[in-house]
Design a protein around this ligand. Sequence first.
Ligand code: PEP
Length: 259
Amino acid sequence: MNTKYRKTIIAGNWKMNMLASDVKPFVDELKTYLPKTRSCDTVLCVPAVNICSMLKYGKEAKIICGAQDVSEHDKGAYTGDISAAQLNDIGVKYCIVGHSERRAYYAEGDLKVNAKVKKLLENKIHPIICVGESLEQREKNLTMSHINYQIRAALSGIELSELRHCVIAYEPIWAIGTGKTATSEQAQEVCCEIRAIIREMYGARPARSISILYGGSMNAKNAAELLAQPDVDGGLIGGASLKPADFAEIIKATGADNE
Ligand code: PEP
């Protein structure tokens, strides 16, 4: 982390877990573990049906509410979808885009990811743009070219003034939900490369100030080492964000206790 130039973000991704009635007990427990002040943004990207509960109960614990997906359309006949304007209207500040599960199970390609990023930015929501390689790609030495492609596609047409609202999450697919974490060296290597791509696209300053997260089986035990890497500015956390004690440990691993 380089807290001088960029924001540290710890974002949980609850995926399709938890009921609305679980939100208050979760937050109440989390609060007991957390220091009163912290210098990292603590985000929980919850299922759409839990957003209102999280907005209500998370506020006191300084939890910023995020969503897990958004429609690429403005409005209309898209049954089941939720628009960026609707998310913004109720107070959502962050939204995950291009998570590998959505890319894999819902055929979400790079064009769609790019359209969603644009909708979020138009509606003043920070996109957390997920990129990452498969095990096969890593083994074939295709990690960097794949990441390069995904980043450029996701940010196509995004102005410099909009980039500062974007967050990138490096999530190697082979590490998501598998218990197999990237080593801190692997995480650093790719996050550093992502920053280099941003530098090439937008220049040195924006590259220095964009927050790049690592995601993939981050937990209470490995968080400190991953977060100590100079180009890892936080985490996107699935499984461990469902357990208040573990999530709190990750937040504390940012060294963000007591400003
Ligand atoms: C994720 O879903 O973004 C994720 C990183 O999951 P996990 O932490 O469970 O690997």
